[in-house]
Design a protein. Structure first.
Length: 270
């Protein structure tokens, strides 16, 4: 596990974006061998997406041969609803880059057969060759995608009931009215995420301190699904100083020490 600690949100967004660009460019994707990118929603990745858009418009990276799979989607919310993750992804990211719309995969929370939709999503990921890089955020309680505490660490794409804490955290997007927030969602499973060749989590702010402390310093536990990334051979957390303010001083110093000689994202050739 790597933990990259940057001063603020702007810096973590820049670091993460340059890393994603370097991975895509190093893969030199083609139509026959595309790069497969897992995408999150929420507030944490907005800065990352803005930076990726900048690099795309500047000709530093192309998404023409990139296939994306989103982590999750609300159930029973029309795709055209402004707070659906379909709307979020297209308005925030996809419509601003050169991606082929046919290469965008987002779960259908209005599918008539939910089990079939989830099974088909797993099959599409497999058919694409697996996810090369799964980007993600984290909830205050340690949930990743919509895998809430107690979720199986072997879970695959499934329907998930949302906790009151998650609903409360998301109600700011629904006029601060908890009754408007969907109560269930479709989500890739923890096992689905662990299958990715690499995983990159971005997190910032005091609201993420408990989740990061449990995931980095605690044991692997279904009560903190994010902690499952301890088992992944290529997992990376890109966080700001505030988000890791509850780590032990020795833990903080360790990660700052081991990362001090790693390549600065500013020097990554893109």
């Amino acid at each position: 596990m790597r933990v990259i600690i940057e001063p603020n949100y702007e810096k973590i967004s820049e670091w993460a974006a340059r890393y994603v660009v370097s991975r895509i460019n190093a893969a030199n994707p083609t139509p026959e061998k595309p790069f497969v990118l897992g995408c999150p929603t929420g507030s944490s990745p907005i800065g990352l997406y803005k930076k990726l858009i900048e690099y795309n418009k500047a000709g530093k990276v192309s998404f023409k041969n990139v296939i994306t799979f989103n982590m999750d989607e609300y159930c029973n919310l029309p795709e055209e609803h402004p707070e659906s993750y379909h709307s979020f992804m297209w308005n925030t990211f996809f419509k601003h880059i050169d991606i082929n719309p046919e290469n965008v995969n987002i779960l259908n929370g209005n599918a008539e057969d939910i089990e079939a939709e989830c099974a088909n999503y797993e099959a599409r990921i497999k058919a694409a060759g697996g996810v090369d890089l799964f980007m993600g955020g984290v909830g205050p309680d340690g949930h990743i995608a919509f895998n809430e505490p107690t979720a199986s660490l072997y879970s695959r794409t499934h329907e998930q009931a949302l906790t009151e804490e998650t609903i409360l955290a998301n109600c700011r997007f629904f006029d601060n009215d908890m009754t408007k927030v969907p109560k269930t969602a479709l989500t890739v499973g923890v096992g689905t995420i662990l299958d990715a060749k690499s995983v990159m989590i971005v997190a910032n702010g005091y609201g993420k301190t408990r989740a990061l402390k449990d995931a980095i310093e605690g044991g692997v536990s279904q009560m903190c699904p994010l902690s499952a990334l301890q088992l992944h051979p290529n997992a990376m957390f890109i966080v700001d100083e505030t988000a890791v303010s509850e780590l032990k001083v020795s833990t903080y110093r360790f990660f700052k020490d081991v990362e001090r000689n790693n390549i600065d994202p500013e020097s990554i050739k893109i």
